[in-house]
Design a protein around this ligand. Structure first.
Ligand SMILES: Cc1cc2nc3c(=O)[nH]c(=O)nc-3n(C[C@H](O)[C@H](O)[C@H](O)COP(=O)(O)OP(=O)(O)OC[C@H]3O[C@@H](n4cnc5c(N)ncnc54)[C@H](O)[C@@H]3O)c2cc1C
Ligand code: FES
Length: 285
């Protein structure tokens, strides 16, 4: 993990309120693992004070295009504009200086990607699933279920399709794909593939519903949690969640930024809520 002072290569709106930013990121092509994230800070600006966490959508390599243009390693992040930090980010252009701390956290356990895999992404939760899909040896046995409130929340479908992964789109208002919740699609896909492993990222209500569905069927599940984070490196304890077996007498807390953001569902406490502070963060994202 390193702090890189680097620059923005491009920053484009791909759907209303959703931006895709390409960032010069030496070494990430080699180091970044599916499910990891970066802490992002705008240089030359005091605000926002804190870095902001974003999942790594893709790590890549632009070959040299002439003698004077060296090859460039980059990462892409995709973000939804929700507050002060992302509002500043949407105004960034080619060459603007930024800082990246990362790659951070533990990603997906790739030893479980053999056989049938079902990835479930709600809204911006789709982001960490792309590198996971890229790493699946037999994409014809992988499916991605993409859910959003409206068609504007459904992003990067064609890119998953290009990997050879079967995609299922659903929206709550029926403006794209099937009408209804992505969790309903999960139930029907698990009828067809009861032995599949499930990988999920999205708002907490979706994650909880996915966990219930998988637990009731004995399906192995990994979840990527998007808790609020201040430091991203295990120093502030602002991102803790309850671990499996947690009680008031015998507390067990896990740092999402260090131990996660990806967890095996069985390592977390689910009875009431996963979040340590009962926050519904992500519910409206
Ligand atoms: C590991 C990880 C990966 C993430 N990956 C992505 C990603 O790929 N794309 C993306 O758009 N966002 C992602 N997020 C969420 C992202 O970090 C926040 O949306 C961002 O920090 C908001 O910053 P802001 O200054 O614009 O908003 P703020 O002004 O800080 O907050 C605006 C609103 O967004 C809510 N919010 C802030 N952070 C979060 C969060 N972590 N989860 C849910 N709600 C939040 C706040 O409660 C508030 O209501 C990720 C978060 C984590 C922890
Ligand atoms: S964000 Fe500070 S400990 Fe995780």
């Amino acid at each position: 993990m390193k702090n890189h002072k680097t620059i923005v290569l491009s920053n484009q709106e791909i759907s209303p309120g959703y931006f895709r930013m390409r960032i010069l990121a030496p070494e990430y092509n080699r180091l970044a693992k599916p499910g990891q994230f970066v802490m992002f800070r705008v240089q030359r600006s005091l605000l926002p004070l804190l870095r902001r966490p974003f999942g790594i959508f893709r790590a890549g390599f632009m070959p040299a295009d002439c003698d004077t243009m060296p090859p460039k390693e980059f990462i892409e992040i995709i973000y939804k504009v929700v507050g002060s930090g992302t509002e500043i980010m949407q105004g960034l252009h080619y060459g603007d200086p930024i800082e990246l701390l990362g790659p951070l956290g533990a990603g997906f356990d790739l030893s479980l990607t053999g056989g049938d895999s079902i990835m479930v992404g709600g809204g911006i939760g789709l982001v960490p699933l792309y590198m996971l899909a890229e790493s699946i040896a037999d994409p014809s046995r992988a499916e991605v279920l993409i859910g959003g409130r409206t068609r504007d929340d459904v992003i990067t479908v064609t890119e998953f399709e290009r990997l050879g992964v079967k995609t299922f789109v659903s929206t709550e208002d029926g403006s794209l794909g099937d009408e209804g919740l992505v969790t309903r699609v999960l139930e029907s896909r698990l009828e067809k593939k009861p032995g599949a492993r499930v990988f999920a990222c999205g708002p907490m209500p979706m994650i909880r519903a996915v966990e219930k569905i998988c637990r009731s069927r004995g399906v192995q599940l990994q979840v990527s949690l998007e808790e609020l984070m201040a430091c991203g490196v295990g120093a502030c304890l602002g991102c803790v969640v309850k671990g499996e077996g947690h009680t008031n007498d015998n507390p067990s807390y896990l740092c999402t930024c260090k131990v996660g953001p990806v967890f095996h569902a069985g390592d977390l406490a689910w009875e009431d809520t996963v979040s340590a502070d009962d926050c519904e963060c992500g519910a409206d994202r």
